[in-house]
Design a protein around this ligand. Structure first.
Ligand SMILES: [Zn+2]
Length: 215
């Protein structure tokens, strides 16, 4: 049924895009998409995100147990808790791109008012301490850190979770965050100080582009 193929295809395209940007290594990372009020589609465990096909996904119940269904990504609970807490979210992406993960292993500050895109797409970035992957403890901490308004959570010594109203919306946040982390790390390595555009400029950007103030 062509209608059923569309959600798979959007996540397959997302995985390839992440691969083309150099954001993947090993079999880390997982992608999901809300399908209905009761279910979401998620990548299966052990999949390479840049080589996904329609067999690499499983439909999971929103109100399921932590390991249900068993063939789903080991980090399914992370996705489930977010969909439970945020009815506005349609797509959840978890990846560990290099610069984002490097920053996640440090206390480096991440100012988002550096260029217009970082101010508009990232909003307030939440951070959670290191918690073992795959646990409900991590899932709850991430959902709580997102709250009702945030879209980006950095998980210490692990990677990032972004959410969005669509796959591209969530992916843009991964991309802009990786760009920001690369700028911050590169500036620090070169001894450069990044100038910030400041809260007034950010507020003006959000008014112009119709982005709701976050955090
Ligand atoms: Zn992970």
């Amino acid at each position: 049924m062509p209608v059923e193929l569309v959600p798979h295809q959007s996540l397959i395209a997302l995985g390839r895009l992440a691969g083309s940007r150099g954001y993947l290594w090993g079999t880390g990372g997982n992608l999901s998409l809300r399908r209905s009020e009761s279910h979401f589609l998620i990548t299966m465990r052990g999949t390479a995100l840049d080589q996904l096909d329609s067999q690499d996904f499983v439909l999971a119940p929103l109100q399921g147990e932590r390991d249900e269904p068993p063939e789903a990504s080991t980090e399914i609970q992370l996705h489930r808790r977010i969909y439970q807490a945020r009815p506005d979210v349609r797509c959840v992406i978890h990846l560990s791109p290099f610069y984002t993960t490097l920053v996640a292993c440090t206390d480096l500050e991440l100012p988002t008012d550096i260029v217009p895109e970082t101010a508009l797409y990232l909003g307030e970035i939440a951070r959670v301490p290191y918690i073992q992957p795959g646990t409900d403890e991590l899932a709850r901490a991430v959902a709580e850190a997102l709250g009702k308004e945030r879209s980006v959570v950095i998980m210490a010594n692990h990677g990032v979770v972004t959410v969005g109203e669509s796959p591209l919306d969530a992916f843009r946040r991964v991309e802009v965050l990786e760009f920001l982390c690369r700028m911050v790390v590169t500036a620090r390595s070169a001894g450069l100080e990044l100038h910030r555009i400041g809260p007034d400029a950010v507020a003006s950007l959000r008014r112009s582009y119709g982005v709701k103030a976050r955090g």
